[in-house]
Design a protein around this ligand. Structure first.
Ligand SMILES: *Cc1c(COP(=O)(O)O)cnc(C)c1O
Length: 464
């Protein structure tokens, strides 16, 4: 007890610590109050440890280091770049689609100054934010008109609220989709004020199921792309063109929530993602899809289809609440331009990564292994391995994309501890653990990312 009391008395005072820490160039410019709070907190924690009978370093040096680390954490941005070594291309937790250079440049060009967001250069008068992308969307999809909002969840909500509030919407029981946590078709339907009418069975829904459900109060038929699951085996859904004919007989629209909504053919592992163009060509009246899934732009929801329906949405009060901001709009326009120029497969990162050939991925994995090869002398086991990546983000469900990666383990270190080290690197590196080994999938890595991995691994080997 005596020694605890003695140690408590020896804890350095804030003033002394301040004198020590404030000469540090990184701390010098920080507000005095922030520094004092950090010091007090570390002193408090140290005192607490001592009172509980634990040993604690009470040297000025140790307390200053801890306070500096804490200040570093507080003053560092929380939303930061990471290296995606998971191979999941549209990783929702890691920000979904990385932008291409043109989209990033479009943002950079407008972000620090003013821009033509709602200004018409031809007339010098007011314009609309939608004008920048609507013609491009129509050009790429064959739609009559289009609208863009904050995200696809908002696009579905606006579509249903505008076209079906207070009336019924028919959906197949096989398509009552839930997307990552909070987006569920039945709940969005409820929010919109429309009444969900479920028809068919989980595995099979026939045209007749829809036709039997249509009555005077039916506002629309909703198709939902089962973007993150598959129903296989004994299954059926009516052909979209048949649904369109049925809906036309009753003068109601067919709405198609495509979710990922690709602009170009996307086939992998025997699974084909429906294109927006094909859906509209089949006569679907309104299509909704995400900007940051297969399209590869920023967060956005795109609504494309017949003018008569889009016009109703343009006047809906909800539109203002869910409108797209200028940064996402710039990313969207820059990305759409790549598709118009025919350069999407190389210049839109999501498309490039999804279409990367097994050969080029193997080469990239060889390069990464080469970058790390000097670590083999330090007891590291490295190997290039054939693995499967995932599209993620509600696309190509249950399809494994053939990929390559580098697996590593280190004698005397658990995979979990290596994973943690990489995750806490100054540019966090997110990897998978497979059979007690770290696996870094190269599909989503740039050359710069590979160098970051090299630096982190060298530091790990040196015990930094
Ligand atoms: C992803 C998805 C949504 C939600 O789109 P967000 O852009 O994430 O809001 C809605 N419906 C389907 C079918 C989806 O796949």
């Amino acid at each position: 007890m005596d020694s605890i009391q003695a140690k408590l008395r020896q804890l350095p005072a804030v003033d002394r610590l301040l004198a020590e820490i404030s000469t540090d160039i990184n701390i010098h410019s920080l507000p005095h109050g922030l520094v004092v709070t950090a010091l007090r907190q570390v002193i408090g924690e140290t005192r607490h440890l001592l009172l509980q009978g634990h040993d604690a370093d009470i040297s000025t040096r140790s307390i200053v280091i801890k306070a500096k680390n804490q200040l570093l954490k507080q003053t560092r941005l929380s939303l930061r770049k990471v290296v995606n070594g998971t191979g999941v291309v549209m990783h929702t937790n890691l920000g979904r689609a990385p932008l291409g250079e043109r989209a990033a440049a479009a943002i950079k060009d407008i972000v620090e100054g003013y821009c033509t967001l709602e200004y018409d250069l031809a007339t010098g008068g007011r314009g609309t934010r939608y004008a920048h992308v609507v013609d491009r969307i129509c050009d790429l999809t064959g739609a009559e008109d289009a609208l863009v909002v904050n995200n696809n969840a908002a696009a579905v909500l606006l579509t249903l609220s505008s076209l079906a509030k207070g009336r019924e919407v028919i959906v197949s029981r096989g398509q009552l989709v839930e997307i990552g946590g909070s987006f569920r078709i039945p709940e969005v339907m409820e929010q919109s004020g429309a009444t969900l009418v479920e028809v068919g069975a989980t595995n099979k829904t026939h045209l007749q199921d829809f036709s039997k459900a249509i009555n005077d109060n039916t506002a629309a038929i909703l198709k939902v792309h089962t973007s993150n699951y598959r129903i296989i085996g004994f299954t059926a859904q009516p052909d979209p063109a048949e649904l369109v004919v049925l809906a036309q007989q009753h003068a109601i629209p067919v709405i198609d929530d495509l979710g990922s909504g690709t602009l170009i053919e996307m086939i992998a592992g025997g699974w084909q993602e429906p294109t927006v163009k094909a859906s509209l060509a089949a006569g679907i009246d309104v299509v909704t899809f995400s900007g940051d899934k297969l399209l590869g732009a920023g967060q956005a929801g795109i609504i494309a289809g017949k003018k008569q329906y889009i016009n109703v949405m343009k006047k809906h009060p909800l539109l203002r609440a869910i409108r797209i901001d200028k940064l996402s709009l710039a990313a969207l326009e820059g990305t759409l331009l790549e598709y118009q120029l025919g350069t999407a497969l190389t210049n839109v990162p999501v498309q490039r990564m999804l279409h990367a050939s097994a050969d080029s991925l193997k080469q990239q994995a060889d390069q990464l292994e080469e970058l790390l090869s000097e670590l083999k002398d330090d007891g590291w086991q490295l190997a290039v391995v054939a693995i499967q990546s995932q599209a993620g983000g509600g696309s190509l469900p249950a399809v494994g994309l053939d990929s390559y990666g580098v697996s590593l383990n280190i004698a005397g270190k658990s995979a979990a501890s290596i994973e943690r080290f990489l995750r806490q690197w100054h540019v966090p590196i997110i990897v998978r653990i497979q059979d007690e080994r770290i696996v870094i999938d190269v599909r989503c890595l740039t050359c710069a990312d590979m160098e970051i991995i090299q630096q982190a691994c060298l530091a790990l080997a040196k015990g930094e």
